[in-house]
Design a protein around this ligand. Structure first.
Ligand code: ADP
Ligand code: TRP
Length: 331
């Protein structure tokens, strides 16, 4: 059985982009692999959340993971900071990581551009901690989106470097895993090409949105004044509505509105009503489980505790072996 590791930063509620781009793959992978899925709370500290926000985001994401279909009986679900061994592995790896290569990372350069007054060391060493997350469980596969490919390449570099320096093929070289043609980018409701809470909260439909909220958001989605001649290319905003429909509606429904568009007979009000209904049908079961789980504090704590126990067991084994390889022996 392959080992799979992936993490998500707790920066707010999960939206449909997170679901179709990441969570859905986790749910599939838990069936046939030994999976470790964690909430990357250490990583999220690079953006300085308040303690209250951090705490509630971690709890919300844990609840949303489970409500959407991650099964704690099948996958190990844990909070990164419950397994502090990852810090030791990160420290050990960092001794053979060069500042120059960290400064060249695209996501780091992007952060420097975006938040020039908060270029903290955690941002620079982000890829080292991420490599430690992955190597801690000696993963074979890491389900991530395209934006994380460079980080994963670095993980392989660090693993290979360790193996070479210590003349020991200890770490496997993990590969990025996505479901090929199923790799999707869910667009936003605001006409932008990516649903993203960090870019625009209003572009998002959240798994924790109530049906009325979804309906309101979809009815307000950006569209245009409609095609005036057959074969007219779609504007980005209208293309987005079709993409969203493709994600949640049946192929027949999609085809119906496609035909309407091509015949210049489309009424976006009708299309949005249908899209809202299909999104609600999709999100509502998850939304209801979220509401139930929010009341089950004991259960949530138990999942986190048991996940942490299993993750620590795997981590302790790796740390013990790595220390031996490096030559750290206690007296
Ligand atoms: P956001 O852009 O809302 O801040 P994150 O960066 O926290 O989202 O994304 C977490 C995960 O969800 C990543 O694996 C990312 O690839 C995936 N993801 C985010 N938005 C989308 C989207 N619109 N379509 C597909 N996948 C997405
Ligand atoms: N950097 C990832 C993101 O922003 C989150 C993450 C942290 C991660 N550690 C990881 C993903 C380990 C996969 C494996 O989405």
């Amino acid at each position: 059985m392959d080992r799979v590791v992936s993490g998500i930063r707790p920066t707010g509620f999960l939206h449909l982009g997170n679901y179709f781009g990441a969570l859905r793959n986790f749910i599939k992978m838990q069936e046939e692999n030994e999976c470790f899925f964690f909430i990357a709370d250490y990583h999220s500290l690079t953006t300085h959340p308040t303690p209250l926000d951090l705490q509630s985001n971690v709890r919300n994401i844990l609840i949303e993971y489970i409500a959407a279909g991650l099964d704690p009986e099948k996958a190990t679900i844990y909070v990164q900071s419950d397994v502090p061994q990852v810090c030791e592995l990160s420290l050990l790896l960092s001794m053979n990581v060069y500042i120059g290569e960290l400064q060249r990372v695209a996501s780091f350069k992007e952060k420097v551009r975006r938040q020039p007054d908060n270029v903290n060391a955690g941002l620079l060493t982000y890829p080292v901690l991420m490599a430690a997350d992955i190597l801690l469980h000696r993963a074979d596969k890491v389900p991530v989106g395209k934006d994380q490919e460079q980080h994963l390449e670095m993980t392989r570099d660090f693993a290979q470097r360790f193996n070479r320096i210590y003349k020991n093929e200890y770490f496997k070289l993990p590969v990025a895993y996505n479901f090929g043609s199923e790799l999707v980018k869910i667009p936003g409701l605001d006409g932008s090409t990516k649903m993203s809470k960090s870019d625009n909260e209003n572009s998002c439909i959240y798994l924790a949105d109530a049906p009325e909220v979804i309906r309101k958001k979809v009815m307000k989605a950006v569209s245009d004044s409609g095609p005036t001649e057959p074969g007219q290319p779609k504007t980005q905003a209208v293309e987005n509505l079709f993409q969203l429909m493709k994600a949640v509606s049946t192929p027949d429904t999609l085809q119906y509105f496609e035909d309407q568009y091509q015949n210049c007979a489309i009424r976006y009000g009708d299309m949005k009503k249908q899209l809202a209904a299909d999104m609600i049908a999709f999100v509502q079961p998850v939304y209801e489980r979220i509401l139930e789980l929010r009341e089950k504090d004991d259960y949530i704590r138990k999942v986190a505790r048991e996940g942490a126990d299993r993750a620590r067991e795997s981590a302790a084994k790796t740390i013990k072996e790595v220390r031996e390889i490096i030559g750290i022996k206690s007296f």
